[in-house]
Design a protein around this ligand. Structure first.
Ligand code: UDP
Ligand code: MG
Length: 317
C-alpha cells in the first residue's frame, strides 16, 4: 500500500489564488500514484476564501477544509492542518502560489532515499530583496549556527515530513520553521532540496521585516527548551552563582582598597556592585528553583517521559 500524502495549506485572504492552486495540485498529485488529501485551512479570512474552498470541497472529496474562527496566524493554521492530517507523509505549503506543487515529487524522492524531513530551499527567491531576503539570509545563518542543523532556508513552507516525526510536535509563535531542527535534535535525518519560488501575483504578503525579530526570539526559546528544559536550574543557578562570585570579588576588592590603598568605601562604586550582584544572584537562583517546579509540573501532570524510545524488541505487553 503506497503511503498516503497530506498536503496542508494555510490560507488567509487568498481568494484569487485558490482556483489556480487547486488546478496545479490536481494536475500533479494524481500522477504520483499515491492516495492523497488536500487540507485547506482558512485562517479567519475576511474575503471570499471561505466560500471558494467550500465549493472545492463539494466538488472533490479529497479536499478537506478547516475554518478557524478568527485569524490566528500561519503557524497555528498549519498546526490545525497537521492535527487533521491522516497521511503518512505531511507536506505543508503556502497557498499564495509562491511554492510550486511541481516540486512535490522531488521532495518525495528524497524521503524515499531514507530521509525523515526534506526542507525546500528557495535558491532564487522572488521577494523584496531588502525588506525580506536580506533579513531572512541573516536569520537563516544565525539559526543554522545556533541550532547546528545546517539548512539554507528554514522559512520555506514547502517541506515534507514523515508522520511519526511531526506527531507530538507543538508549535508556538513562528515556530513552524523550526520543525526540522526539533526533528534533527530527536534523531531524524534531515536534508534539503532546491525548489522553485514564484513572485506573488494575487493578494499581498502578510509579513514584513518585524518577523525576523520574532524568529530570533523564537530561536532563543527553542534553544533554551532544548538545552535546559529538563534542568533549568543549571542555567539560572549557574548565572546566579557567577553573579554572587562577582559580588564577593567586589567585596574583597573593596576591603583591599580600604585597608591597603586607604580609600574609603564611599569613594568607589564598589559597595553598589557588591549589593547589586548579590541581589541579582540570589534572585536568579530562586527563579531557577521556580523553573524547576514548573518543569516537574509540566512533565508529571502530563505523564511526559524525559526520554524518547525509537523501538523495542520483545517488550510488547
Ligand atoms: N497565512 C495564514 N495566516 C496568516 C498569515 C498568512 O494562514 O495570518 C498564510 C498565507 O495565506 C499564505 C502563507 O500563510 O498561504 C504564507 O503567507 P505570506 O505569503 O503572506 O508570507 P510570505 O510568503 O510573504 O512569507
Ligand atoms: Mg507568500
Amino acid at each position: 500500500m503506497p503511503h498516503m500524502l497530506s498536503i496542508i495549506i494555510p490560507l488567509y485572504n487568498e481568494q484569487d489564488n485558490i482556483e489556480p492552486l487547486y488546478a496545479k495540485l490536481d494536475h500533479i498529485l494524481p500522477t504520483l500514484g499515491q492516495p492523497y488529501e488536500i487540507i485547506l485551512v482558512n485562517d479567519g479570512s475576511s474575503d471570499d476564501t471561505r466560500e471558494r474552498i467550500d465549493v472545492l470541497a463539494k466538488r472533490d472529496e479529497r479536499v478537506r477544509v478547516v475554518h478557524l474562527r478568527r485569524n490566528f496566524g500561519q503557524t497555528p493554521a498549519m498546526m490545525a492542518g497537521i492535527d487533521m492530517a491522516r497521511g503518512h507523509i505531511l507536506i505543508p505549503m503556502d497557498g499564495d502560489l509562491q511554492n510550486d506543487p511541481a516540486d512535490i515529487p522531488r521532495l518525495l524522492a528524497k524521503l524515499d532515499e531514507g530521509f525523515d524531513v526534506v526542507s525546500g530551499w528557495r535558491k532564487d527567491r522572488k521577494d523584496n530583496p531588502i525588506k525580506r531576503n536580506l533579513p531572512s539570509k541573516i536569520a537563516n545563518w544565525l539559526i543554522s549556527f545556533i541550532s547546528g542543523v545546517h539548512l539554507h532556508d528554514y522559512g520555506c513552507s514547502l517541506k515534507a515530513y514523515r508522520r511519526d516525526i511531526i506527531k507530538g510536535v507543538k508549535l508556538y509563535g513562528e515556530m513552524h520553521r523550526f520543525i526540522p531542527i526539533h526533528a534533527a535534535w530527536q534523531g531524524a535525518r534531515v536534508t534539503e532540496v532546491g525548489v522553485t519560488h514564484h513572485p506573488r501575483i494575487h493578494g499581498e504578503s502578510k509579513y514584513g521585516m518585524e518577523r525576523t525579530i520574532k524568529v530570533i526570539l523564537d530561536l532563543m526559546t527553542v534553544k533554551f527548551l532544548d538545552k535546559y528544559a529538563q534542568k533549568p536550574m543549571y542555567l539560572f543557578g549557574g548565572f546566579g552563582l557567577a553573579s554572587i562570585a562577582c559580588s564577593a570579588f567586589f567585596f574583597f576588592f573593596m576591603l583591599f582598597c580600604k585597608f591597603f590603598l586607604n580609600k574609603s568605601f564611599i569613594e568607589t562604586p564598589l559597595p553598589l556592585g557588591v549589593v547589586m550582584f548579590m541581589l541579582i544572584g540570589i534572585m536568579a537562583i530562586f527563579m531557577g528553583l521556580i523553573a524547576e517546579i514548573l518543569m516537574r509540573t509540566y512533565h508529571e501532570s502530563q505523564d511526559k517521559p524525559t526520554y524518547l524510545v525509537d523501538c523495542t524488541r520483545n517488550c510488547k505487553e
